[in-house]
Design a protein. Structure first.
Length: 199
């Protein structure tokens, strides 16, 4: 898998995070088509999405126009902008034994309860506390020394120690602020989960 394939897969992951679930059925693609058109004003056919997601066999790469529409759906200006922003965060394929996306210290946000809070800290003086309000969706309760601020809506499927703090989408004051990444160099230092009913 080359660098472009990695970037396309990353874009698809962001898109699924925006949708709130994976794309595995024709109904999933129909929902995505509606969401894309509502957010961007642009249309992608179901057959195009099925080919992109590998739901049907297709030997060719997706067009830059299709990728740009998905990039705009995720808050970027176009495919080129997405590549420039994401290139440093999409690593080349490595041996399977080196993979650590699903480490024991990772917190899968879908498994959390509505109302649960998580405090994430990195870089000694940077942190945020977020509260779950929907599937992989959080509201920022408080933040320190970062660009996120109280009231921002954050979509993030996973938090993991030693990995960057990444959000597929940020909504601020009813408007998309695009994707967000922080703790790029050394990753998250601390994840403190506060379950419903705890102080």
């Amino acid at each position: 898998m080359d660098k472009k394939d990695n970037l396309i897969n990353h874009l698809k992951q962001l898109t699924e995070a925006q949708l709130g679930h994976g794309c595995h059925t024709p109904g999933d693609f129909d929902k995505l088509i509606i969401r894309i058109e509502k957010k961007t004003g642009e249309k992608i056919s179901q057959s195009t999405l099925k080919r992109l997601w590998g739901y049907v066999a297709y030997p060719h790469s997706p067009s830059s126009n299709v990728l740009s529409i998905l990039a705009r759906f995720n808050g970027f200006s176009d495919w080129s902008s997405f590549c420039k922003t994401s290139a440093g965060h999409v690593e080349n394929p490595v041996a399977e034994s080196d993979s650590d996306f699903l480490t024991p210290d990772a917190t899968a946000t879908a498994a959390m309860n509505i109302g649960d809070r998580v405090r994430i800290e990195w870089g000694r003086v940077k942190s945020c506390t977020i509260e779950k309000i929907g599937t992989e969706t959080f509201i920022v309760v408080s933040s320190t020394n970062i660009k996120l601020r109280a009231g921002d809506i954050v979509i993030s499927p996973l938090f993991s120690l030693g990995k960057p703090f990444y959000a597929a989408s940020i909504c601020r004051d009813g408007h998309s602020a695009g994707a967000y990444v922080s703790a790029r160099e050394k990753g998250i230092d601390s994840i403190i989960r506060i379950t419903t009913g705890e102080d």
